[in-house]
Design a protein around this ligand. Sequence first.
Ligand code: NAD
Length: 490
Amino acid sequence: MSTMTTVRKLKNYIGGKWVESHTTQYEDVYNPATKELICQVPLSTREDVEYAAEVAQAAYEKWKKVAVPRRARILFNYQQLLTKHKDELARLITIENGKSLSEASGEVQRGIENVEFAAGTPSLMMGDSLASIATDVEAANYRYPIGVVGGIAPFNFPMMVPCWMFPMAISLGNSFILKPSERTPLLTEKLAELFTEAGLPDGVFNIVYGAHDVVNGVLEHPEIKAISFVGSKPVGEYVYKKGSENLKRVQALTGAKNHTIVLNDANLEDTITNVVSAAFGSAGERCMACAVVTVEEGIADEFIAKLKEKTLGVKMGNGLDDGVFLGPVIREENKQRTLSYIEKGIEEGAKLLTDGRERMSDDGYFIGPTIFEEVTPEMTIWKDEIFAPVLSVIRVKNLKEAIEIANKSEFANGACLFSGNAHAIRYFRENIDAGMLGINLGVPAPMAFFPFSGWKASFYGTLHANGKDSVDFYTRKKVVTARYTEPKFE
Ligand code: NAD
């Protein structure tokens, strides 16, 4: 917490205006690559949430009546503006999150794709009908928005994750209150400004910055009808339970421990490029990061040797610099947490293949890419989501054993298989516990028109983010059954 006044203090965005929070508490926001203080974020209060909810509710009453194609047109304008500002948005992500500029550009692109999908509301929102369900009786199903929706986002995708939520919710006729991560609040300012510039009426999209108090305010406010949460498992569980207890719809996308299986027939060069990118890209701070590789015995020695070589060649540094692949983790506490996992791994008997501690730098929160061999499912480094550039390698006899290991995890977000064998691919698809599978690719994050569909402790709820699930999540239905007996025309 800081009381410095020289740094810009962010304001909430409510009713189309930048509004000062009622709080006296601000948290410092750092560039994780330089430790430079870039702004201060208000830890907003319940009063701020109350005000945002009141404004969002009033805006919803008008917005829900705006014709669907007109709403879609604003989304088209927004898509154009986001595309025009793509480089600026990517730079903001790199500055506040630390990931490389090319990763940040990829993230911006994924966010824009969500806006493109949301612009398709006229067809997505259509209901269905049956002209004759009994003599002279017909039935039709119409979709309506649900009201004010609250979104709670993590730090690791400041643009993409909020874009899983608000463009779709808004395009479907709801109003929205976003609580970005207090560690990466900057980019969302731009998201709000550009949406207003695209023609969105004031009060439909609002931002309340902060932490626990805002989350609790959102979870308890009676006018907020649905919550989209993305973040860690303990917080997601809390949000899901508390939101449900308060009779809200909740979708909570949570943690992960993604396994990649490499079979003897895999293309080694491609597989290693994919694994290194999936394990260490965005400093391993991805819910679809590769955390464990299980490799078949026949290819294991060669795979491990080449994996080590490729990993040692990874360029670390400030994500704004050319050619940098691996940036810092988000904060000093994340770095310290990672170091304690490395110590724990050694203590529990895993063998270090590359030691990220040798490449640490104090210019920012840097820790080098770390690989453990001889990991077992009993070890803490196998069980816990470390969320840092730390990869575990396990040798297996065959695909069956690899799947048995992966399925022991409490998480089941993504899983990948590297093989050209059609039978193995089908066996993997049918037997692995995970909602998002990659075949011969490393990060199988589905595009906007498919659901982001984690299983087990990686997701709480019924309807996932994105795709048709998001249409169902952000709408409710009215089924009209009508009898027409008069007049007779024959
Ligand atoms: P986090 O759970 O710490 O924070 C997420 C949000 O919850 C933030 O807005 C934060 O302010 C709020 N929050 C944190 N602690 C809280 C508390 N005690 N009470 C109320 N609110 C609280 O997560 P993070 O560190 O920002 O993000 C990393 C996590 O997000 C990882 O576990 C990662 O796997 C997960 N994630 C999951 C997906 C997915 O699709 N499943 C996508 C991205 C990130």
